[in-house]
Design a protein around this ligand. Structure first.
Ligand code: HEM
Length: 285
């Protein structure tokens, strides 16, 4: 008999798990970078792709992956994210059916899980847009500013104070680079492991302004090897933010749960999904 004509390829959860596995494999193989992992910069790529969202106009957000194009790729806040985009090119070549905007967000979720963080349920449905959909510069936060700026930027995306603090806990991962943001150093001693250490250090350590030629940043009294940005310190200066910093410093489970919920929300801002179901991917062993 005749076989049925092949319809358009409709990926299933298993197909997305294969993408996850390929990202996890590449993370495990490519250790000759920074502190030994591309995970942190993948988390940052997914965040900067999503954090352009403006709830009033419905523009920006992860749908579109417009950071592929200048001018968005050249915005100061996105300096260094080419490392993350290039890291994912072989994955895109292996699974050409996935959109860049789904791939970048899935990679952010995968990186959190592979670095020991909470499960990040994820759903597909983003479509890539062209250069005309690039967002204007200035939608992402400026680390030199204070709590009013944090509230203005994250309020525009639709987040409340608690969610702003939870999201900031991603700074448990990675480091700042002088040739990218101008700032320098990691926030904690294990920048490739997702923990609540960022909050613990904010609370337990004494932070003073670093004496150097670079932009104003803070350093820890005990070792002088860690750093906090002015916006990180704003979280302990502001009473309402501080309440959540204290809570997450004491309760890693609460942080993991609330971080997962808010990172999922971030990655979905402004996306016209056709499906309700989120996939929970199995982490590598
Ligand atoms: C790194 C600023 C919120 C995840 C950085 C860097 C800066 C920065 C200046 C250093 C970039 C470099 O030099 O490579 C801020 C400000 C925020 C904020 C001002 C809000 C007030 C967030 C959020 C997330 C996040 C919400 C994710 C949920 C990361 C990660 C890195 C990073 C993972 C490390 C990247 C790497 O190691 O390459 N951030 N950030 N940040 N940020 Fe944020």
């Amino acid at each position: 008999g005749e076989s049925a004509p092949a319809g358009p390829f409709v990926p299933t959860k298993e197909d997305y798990q294969k993408v996850y596995d390929a990202i996890a494999q590449r993370l495990a193989n490519e250790t000759d970078y920074d502190d030994g992992s591309y995970g942190p910069v993948l988390v940052r790529l997914a965040w900067h792709a999503s954090g352009t969202y403006d709830k009033m106009t419905g523009t920006g957000g992860s749908n579109g992956a417009t950071m592929r194009f200048a001018p968005e790729s050249d915005h100061g806040a996105n300096a260094g994210l080419k490392h993350a985009r290039d890291f994912l090119e072989p994955i895109k070549a292996q699974f050409p059916w996935i959109t860049y905007s789904d791939l970048w967000t899935l990679a952010g979720a995968a990186a959190i899980q592979e670095l020991g963080g909470p499960v990040i349920p994820w759903r597909p449905g983003r479509e890539d847009k062209d250069v005309a959909a690039c967002t204007p510069d200035g939608r992402l936060p400026d680390a030199s500013k204070n709590q009013d700026h944090i509230r203005a930027i994250f309020g525009r995306m639709g987040f409340d104070d608690r969610e702003m603090v939870a999201l900031s806990g991603a700074h448990a991962l990675g480091r700042a680079h002088t040739d990218r943001s101008g700032y320098e150093g990691p926030w904690d001693f294990s920048p490739t492991v997702f923990t609540n250490d960022y909050f613990k250090l904010l609370v337990d350590e004494k932070w003073s302004q670093r004496k150097w030629n670079g932009p104003a940043q803070f350093t820890d009294k005990t070792t002088s090897t860690l750093m906090m940005l002015p916006t990180d310190i704003a979280l302990i200066k502001d009473k309402v933010f501080r309440k959540h910093v204290d809570r997450y410093a004491k309760d890693q489970d609460a942080f993991f749960k609330e971080f997962s919920d808010v990172y999922v929300k971030l990655l979905e801002l402004g996306v016209p999904f056709k499906t309700e179901e989120r996939f929970v991917f199995k982490a590598s062993e």
